[in-house]
Design a binder for this molecule. Structure first.
Ligand SMILES: [Zn+2]
Length: 306
């Protein structure tokens, strides 16, 4: 449900702008039809769950083709909203607007003259996303996809996106449908901004930033909780042992390597064993440093009064 609502939010945002030019209205409808449920000589069918999109659709078709839907839902209805055009005359007019003949047997494709202008490319992709697209809630992951049933449309849309956005979405086949998808948060954000949904785009970037910050904080906390406190406790024990040995006049009689280890610890109370080991001359291994510290602590324990 949450995933659907992020997608729904992005679509609602896109529907706030209505194509100003006739060329763009036509291109947006082209995207909608090619990515809709059915675009055939026998009928046109569009199904959506977006109320905002459902509100825009009749106006868009009016503007692009001067055509009304033969059946459309009440906007008060819940769930999926279905729009249909069944009158052959209307279908012919729509098909002709894109250079298709309803009687033709060739498959539908992205007719390039329709998306020749820069403004119309944006409109086409916006229509494709409104009718056949979805974007996952960024809290759950980064995924945006466009799904069509028309074989060559996916490939042609991919080429179009590569041209206008400087990156290529991936192509996949899912149960007979052609899927174009993007998995990078940055590319999804770019695409949403390009389509005209800067708020949704910001949502993607903010979610990513939050995730990155959380990871950083988590890493630091783990360190604090598990390791740092252990390191600090051990260093305290070593320091008090060294002080005791010094006070008892024992330290100066110990082997040079133990004295060296003791003074390194005294000068660097917060350093890890690895760091202290590296300070020795010549440098020694961490376990070797550990055993020197253990020796110092053990000797201090043998002192009377401990
Ligand atoms: Zn245009």
């Amino acid at each position: 449900m949450v995933a659907a609502s992020f997608s729904a939010g992005a679509k609602a945002e896109l529907c706030r702008s209505f194509p100003q030019k006739h060329c763009c209205a036509l291109a947006e409808c082209f995207g909608i039809l090619l990515y809709g449920n059915s675009f055939q000589a026998s009928g046109i069918k569009l199904v959506t769950e977006s109320r905002e999109f459902a509100q825009t659709l009749p106006r868009l078709f009016q503007r692009a083709f001067d055509v009304e839907f033969d059946s459309f839902p009440s906007l008060e209805a819940g769930g999926k909203l279905t729009f249909q055009i069944t009158e052959p005359e209307k279908i012919t007019r729509i098909m002709n607007s894109f250079g298709f003949d309803p009687g033709q047997t060739t498959a539908l494709h992205v007719n390039l003259p329709v998306v020749e202008n820069t403004c119309c490319r944006t409109a086409f992709l916006r229509g494709a996303f409104l009718a056949g697209g979805s974007v996952t809630d960024p809290e759950k992951g980064y995924h945006l996809e466009l799904t069509t049933t028309h074989l060559s449309v996916s490939r042609e849309t991919e080429a179009l996106m590569r041209e206008v956005l400087d990156f290529s979405p991936k192509l996949a086949l899912r149960g007979g449908a052609q899927v174009l998808y993007v998995k990078s948060s940055e590319q999804i954000a770019d695409l949403l901004t390009y389509l005209g949904a800067p708020v949704a785009s910001m949502g993607i970037l903010e979610a990513r930033l939050e995730k990155e910050l959380n990871n950083k904080v988590n890493r630091r906390c783990n360190c604090d909780d598990a390791n740092t406190s252990k390191v600090v406790d051990a260093a305290q024990e070593q320091l008090s042992a060294i002080r005791k040995l010094k006070k008892a006049g024992k330290l100066e009689h110990l082997p040079a390597k133990l004295q060296m280890a003791a003074s390194a610890r005294e000068e660097n109370p917060a350093s890890s064993l690895t760091e202290l080991a590296a300070m020795m001359e010549p440098p020694i291994s961490k376990p070797a440093m550990g055993s020197r510290m253990k020796k110092l602590v053990g000797l201090a324990r043998e002192l009377p009064g401990d």
